[in-house]
Design a protein around this ligand. Sequence first.
Ligand code: GLN
Length: 241
Amino acid sequence: MAVVGVLALQGSYNEHMAALRRIGVKGVEVRKPEQLLGIDSLIIPGGESTTMAKLANYHNLFPALREFVGGGKPVWGTCAGLIFLANKAVVLLSGQKTGGQELVGGLDCTVHRNFFGSQLQSFETELSVPKLSEKEGGNDTCRGVFIRAPAILEVGPDVEILADCPVPVDRPSITISFGEGTEEEEYSKDRVIVAVRQGNILATAFHPELTSDSRWHRFFLDMDKESPAKAFSALSLSSSS
Ligand code: GLN
């Protein structure tokens, strides 16, 4: 059975471990670079991405995480985990540019940290995700739990958008700054991207592990069966036999 690692530095890793247990999968907590060698897929949980980055640096995890993501095995980032996986992260809250942290990268997108505002603007909403019902049938909506959540502003051509959501009307008016304050623009669209997939990378701005809905975890586990790393080893096995 495939071994699913959960990055266990900080944040909602216990909740992901419990969500995996609920569907009969034993997760493995990952804290050291060498542990990445023994897993088939990895979940990077929500939490606080600056703190998680500091801890990842402390444990010298960034090179091994980048290698893991580049190696084609499935990786799923939820909330702060999504920020970790983005190629570019911006944050600008109440006119104050803050943050700036090391990212794992790999996901061709620009993510805006704390897009919906502060902790007080956390919210839950119904999301429409046709891909979730494609495999299992039934309802294509799911509950999105957004906690001081990021949102995806732009995606590259290889990124599939799985879900977006309306920008709440009470979202604080903030300016988005790209680069060193050279290009600034108000976010003017009325919807924003909150779930994407790019090959072996799945990313959600919200927290499925905080709900009893196991479909996202099953969706992620299914990605292992289609992963390029698996396809490659199957190919070399069949060609050597
Ligand atoms: N706002 C957090 C950050 O920037 C993410 C929040 C979350 O993971 N729930 O890291």
